[in-house]
Design a protein around this ligand. Structure first.
Ligand SMILES: Cc1cc2nc3c(=O)[nH]c(=O)nc-3n(C[C@H](O)[C@H](O)[C@H](O)COP(=O)(O)OP(=O)(O)OC[C@H]3O[C@@H](n4cnc5c(N)ncnc54)[C@H](O)[C@@H]3O)c2cc1C
Length: 416
């Protein structure tokens, strides 16, 4: 791998991690993602699907537990190393990177204490065959962007009623309702990190965060859904019909929900932006490769000044996006929860994924009609990029919500 990294402080160990991740992305993730892209959503998760080869290989190499501390059995990467590795994985496949990192329940259980860690965190960390898969369910059929509007008045408006609700009954919560078809990993997940309403007087701010196993009576799932891109990522609905979960499974209650959400979303949005950078780089490299061999007007495309300027613009955008998204990941994964900054996560997510879409669009233009055919990888990368500006909060609504945060917090004071 010869991709230059502008960071002057890259150590030998950092470089080795980056190169190993790139090799895995190139030899395992990319070929499998291409196969899965051509399959139906149901075929893609069937027992004989290459999806499971990917999961087995990824877990056996520890790619599912990169950010977990070494003392818990994780890889113990620094936030900087995490950023290096994640960009490489997303270069291989944005969808599989997302599929691999939906087990938020294992992380959330740490907040819930030793008992929940024994039940959820350690089985995940110690899993080597890809069979422990979790999911994170916040989106509902009637509420996609609303649950991300923390800090805004509508978030506390009791007239907005989440469709998934929990009520306390003795020592158990009883959960009813539904989550949207977009829950990543839902069709294959065994466990869930579920965000649903507990206190209806507070609107979305009255929600809580639960961690529990999906084999409980009353849980059912919809069919995996078909998507335009990131088709290697399975997604689907989850229904709850009088599902009883012990009180201990509530990790965050309404009193702390809004603050906890800001912390969580600051991290996920930073990371998704960085994955966008990996995807943008993949598109750029396809365009550059093509421009070096395709001749028009008596010379290679890469020797035409207009193409040179286009490629340079794509390159500059990627470098700028990396600088922002990597910083956001390093900061938001490295800081104590109360110091994390959602507006930087939102900026990273919107800028990183917009870069992926713009770069892949320009790359298609450079390939001409070839870029529109599945014969070339770019056609898939473009479809993947189209998805990224909507997943994890649509870029437009994140910009609105992020702008609102700026109104309240800018300029932030940095305390060391
Ligand atoms: C690949 C992928 C993976 C995903 N993974 C998960 C997952 O793991 N778990 C999960 O729970 N969800 C997941 N989602 C769901 C995702 O977070 C939502 O799709 C996203 O938040 C947008 O919600 P929506 O699709 O319902 O759009 P809507 O909220 O209906 O928005 C539609 C349009 O209206 C705009 N809009 C919305 N609100 C406002 C407003 N207040 N003001 C102005 N404009 C507004 C939006 O910007 C958008 O353009 C995933 C989605 C995708 C595509």
């Amino acid at each position: 791998m010869d991709y230059f990294d502008l960071d002057a402080n890259l150590s030998k160990q950092d470089l080795a991690l980056k190169e190993a991740a790139h090799k895995f992305a190139e030899t395992v993730m990319r070929p499998i993602s291409i196969k899965l892209d051509k399959m139906s959503a149901e075929e893609a998760i069937a027992p004989d699907s290459p999806y499971w080869d990917f999961m087995r290989k990824a877990y056996s190499l520890g790619y599912h537990k990169l950010a977990f501390p070494e003392e818990l059995g994780g890889q113990g990467l620094t936030p900087f190393q995490l950023a290096l590795v994640m960009e490489e994985l997303a270069w291989g496949s944005f969808g599989l990177t997302l599929a691999l990192h939906t087990s938020f329940d294992a992380v959330a259980a740490i907040e819930g204490g030793e008992e929940l860690m024994q039940e959820f965190t350690f089985p995940y960390i110690n899993c080597t065959d890809g069979s422990y898969i979790g999911c994170w369910a916040i989106t509902e059929p009637d509420h996609g962007s609303d649950p991300l509007a923390f800090g805004l008045p509508i978030f506390r408006d009791p007239k907005l009623r989440p469709q998934c609700r929990a009520r306390l009954d003795g020592d158990e919560y009883v959960i009813n309702g539904q989550k949207a078809a977009w829950v990543s990993g839902a069709p294959t997940a065994k466990t869930i990190f579920l965000w649903c309403q507990i206190d209806p007087t507070k609107g979305f701010a009255g929600n809580g965060m639960f961690v529990f196993s999906l084999d409980r009576p009353g849980v059912s799932k919809g069919k995996p859904c078909e998507m335009i891109g990131t088709r290697e990522l399975n997604q689907g609905e989850i229904y709850f019909d009088d599902v009883r979960v012990p009180k201990k499974c509530l990790v965050v209650g309404p009193d702390h929900y809004e603050a906890a959400q800001a912390v969580h979303v600051a991290m996920t949005t930073s990371m998704v932006g960085l994955w966008g950078v990996g995807l943008a780089r993949a598109g750029f490299e396809e365009a550059l490769k093509y421009a070096r061999v395709r001749e028009q007007g008596g010379k290679l495309l890469v020797d035409h000044s207009f193409i040179q300027a286009k490629l340079f613009d794509m390159f500059a955008k990627i470098e700028a996006a990396r600088a922002l998204c990597r910083s956001a990941v390093i900061y938001n994964f490295g800081m104590l929860p109360e110091k994390r900054v959602p507006e930087y996560g939102f900026a990273a997510k919107t800028f990183g994924t917009r870069t992926a879409l713009e770069v892949c669009t320009d790359a298609i233009q450079i390939l001409g009609a070839n870029g529109l055919t599945p014969e070339y990888l770019l056609e898939k990368l473009f479809r993947d990029a189209r998805v990224t500006t909507i997943c994890d909060g649509s870029n437009d609504s994140l910009a609105i919500f992020g702008g609102n945060h700026l109104g309240q917090t800018y300029p932030r004071k940095r305390h060391i």
